[in-house]
Design a binder for this molecule. Structure first.
Ligand code: CP
Length: 332
């Protein structure tokens, strides 16, 4: 690792890291970020937000670099916003379609990585159904390659958490004064885990998780979140509510009686919207399951910022990509 590198692996992140002087090598998790670094990333993302509105939506920062999307699990938002972010930074970009790659012919993940390295790629953006996959890959690539975690199992989705807090900051400047609730399938949610870490780092004083007992992880209080089983009680006076879908692909048995009952108890309906603080906003990382965890009236209503989250994902990912790679001129 170069002297100025920040490696976001456990214990390697010093306090007071200043983004302008440093680079991230890997972006695997959020819990080891310091508050100043996290805020610096948000500020950098702010400076990139204007690029998407320009007639020519491009800056030359990563010209000559090659970034690879390596997605072993379905994605719409993360995959495409990473691709747009990379292209807006002028990087060359490859989408590896795992269903049509040689992994289907028995090639191991490590052999696939070796082959991509032989093509002089600079960065892998990894989504994988297994927790720890991105970290495993980061430990098995050569020194000059960066790895970004785009969601691993139920463990972490750090860039989603970054875009979520970027969106929250658009509405609430002072994180120390807000109440935030995360509702739904917390147990299987990498989004919830990363977001709770981010909110804690930002010193949000009231973080709530709401759901049926079967979908609330035991010991969630140790992460700094207060559990609620009653949704009406949990969302009362909250400034931000983040709805999560039921992650059926990670359930090996039935965790709820049925979807109708679940909607009655935990669905975000127009009636429940009235329980929020007056300035309350509603978020959802997507994909949205209308009529299961949220009604169409709420998802499409004026308090919903769901599509703003998607747009913000581009600027936030531009910030993370640019910090994770030295610009071309540094290598001359
Ligand atoms: N929020 C999110 O990760 O969505 P995708 O699965 O579509 O990437």
């Amino acid at each position: 690792m170069e002297p100025n590198d920040i490696n976001l692996e456990k214990g390697e992140l010093a306090e007071n890291d200043i983004v302008s002087q440093k680079r991230l090598r890997h972006f695997l998790d959020i819990e080891y970020l310091s508050q100043p670094l996290l805020l610096d990333i948000l500020d950098l993302a702010e400076s990139f937000a204007g690029v998407s509105g320009q007639p020519v939506k491009k800056v030359p920062l990563l010209r000559g670099k090659t970034i690879v999307n390596l997605f072993f699990e379905a994605s719409t938002r993360t995959r495409t916003t990473f691709e747009l972010a990379a292209k807006r930074l002028s990087a060359d970009f490859l989408n590896i379609n795992v269903d049509f790659s040689a992994t289907k012919k028995g090639e191991t993940l490590l052999d696939t990585l070796r082959n991509l390295e032989a093509m002089h790629c600079d960065m892998f953006i990894v989504r994988h159904p297994l927790s720890g996959a991105a970290e495993f890959i980061s430990k098995n690539v050569s020194q000059n390659i960066s790895v970004i975690n785009a969601g691993d199992g139920r463990h972490a989705h750090p860039t989603q958490a970054m875009l979520d807090i970027f969106t929250i900051r658009k509405y609430f400047k002072d994180f120390k004064k807000i109440k935030v609730a995360i509702v739904g399938d917390i147990l299987h949610s990498r989004v919830a885990r990363s977001l709770i870490h981010a909110l804690r780092i930002l010193e949000v004083p009231d973080i709530r998780v709401i759901g049926p007992k079967t979908l609330l992880p035991s010991g969630i209080e140790r992460m700094g979140a207060t559990p609620y089983v009653d949704m009406d009680e949990g969302i009362k006076n909250c400034n931000v509510v983040i709805m999560l879908r039921l992650q059926n692909e990670r359930m090996d048995s039935s965790f709820i009686p049925d979807e109708n009952e679940y909607y009655n108890l935990y669905g975000f309906t127009p009636r429940r919207q009235e329980l929020l603080a007056k300035n309350g906003i509603i978020m959802h990382p997507g994909p949205v399951n209308r009529g299961v965890e949220i009604s169409s009236e709420v998802a499409d209503g004026d308090r919903s910022v769901i599509l703003q989250q998607v747009s913000n994902g581009i600027a936030v990912r531009m910030a993370i990509l640019s910090l994770s790679m030295q610009p071309q001129q540094d290598n001359k």
